[in-house]
Design a protein around this ligand. Sequence first.
Ligand SMILES: NC(=O)c1ccc[n+]([C@@H]2O[C@H](COP(=O)([O-])OP(=O)(O)OC[C@H]3O[C@@H](n4cnc5c(N)ncnc54)[C@H](O)[C@@H]3O)[C@@H](O)[C@H]2O)c1
Ligand SMILES: [Zn+2]
Length: 370
Amino acid sequence: MTARAANTEVVLRWGSLADLPELLAHHAPAARYAVVSDSNVAPVHGQPVVERLAAAGQHADLFTIRAGEPHKTTAAWATLVEALAAEGLGRDGCVVAVGGGVTGDLAGFAAATYARGVAVVQVPTSLLAMVDASLGGKTGVDLAAGKNLVGAFHPPRLVLIDPQLLGTLPPDAMADGLAEAVKHGAIADTAYLDWIEANAEAVLAHDPAALHRLVTDSVRIKGGVVERDPEEAGERAVLNFGHTIGHAIEAATDYSVGHGSAVSLGMVAEAAIGEAVGVTEAGTGRRIQRALRACGLPIDHRPLPEPKTLLQAARTDKKNRGGAVRYVLLARLGVTVKSPDGGWAHPVPDDRVEEVLNGLRRVPGLAPHV
Ligand SMILES: NC(=O)c1ccc[n+]([C@@H]2O[C@H](COP(=O)([O-])OP(=O)(O)OC[C@H]3O[C@@H](n4cnc5c(N)ncnc54)[C@H](O)[C@@H]3O)[C@@H](O)[C@H]2O)c1
Ligand SMILES: [Zn+2]
């Protein structure tokens, strides 16, 4: 599949990495390519990409960053841009991010800022990056005060998605990717949500047809939202469903809970919040929980930090400065709803949220017979 999402060329095909040199020459011609990978991905995919480009006569160098969310920092950004400068990357250079969402966000932010901006190409290697993070042009790094607090919009010239690269991804990380796909179904497409629930096993087993369908639908849904609202002036905020509590869980656990798992727990919480305040149709949360469980994602809030701690973390998130913390709420499955003040996220008082989170800590999630 080749599609355009918000001015970005998206190529999705099993084995498409073989075409990278040609696709780069066409969509992102550059004097040299800075291939950025993390320490896990560099040996298995980053170095082979550099060799592939060199074999095609393209000048490419490998830059390896430390793996993991705790290294998505301004310090890592500084080290990377210094290294780009030391290698002599010019404004006619191009950054090629080969990795998961952490690599894509950090390398993308380096590209957005280095020499006031050089081109970037995303080659996602995690399922989460294939269905979500590589698309839409958001880049950035975390601060101690919260996630993604420094960043820029910098759409990639090309997103090359080759599901074959998932062959080396740890199984838990496959499930993490499904969390964002469930989010796409929950906010926009009930049939897609049903399909995910029925086909999660095939996706987790790397079935090529199932992976193709999954990535195609997520690219369609996220691409559509981003195309209508590239810089989050409005509607794009719906992509944050599950992320207010999700980001709070990540921050409050020092990122020991991965992004996908945190978003899974965040969607359980935000669906429950929507139902509690009477905005979301009753039963919506249970349906989302069922899909998440089919994906092997966590739904049980009992091991999480205290609700007060989570709310404190939510308050430092950049979207929640001043006033009540805001949440994207569903009207029902597949449909989000604007808040009475016309925004895309609803202010909900902390005491209501605390009540809901305490309720979730008393039950182990979905009853086994459902
Ligand atoms: N920019 C956006 O729009 C956007 C959207 C969603 C998420 N994100 C960001 O994405 C990040 C999460 O992405 P992620 O889950 O991909 O995290 P990640 O990049 O940390 O990857 C998860 C783990 O898998 C490893 N890995 C990735 N691909 C591999 C492969 N093919 N083989 C072996 N190991 C591999 C990584 O080294 C890492 O250890 C978060 O920082 C989140 O904020 C950004
Ligand atoms: Zn996310």
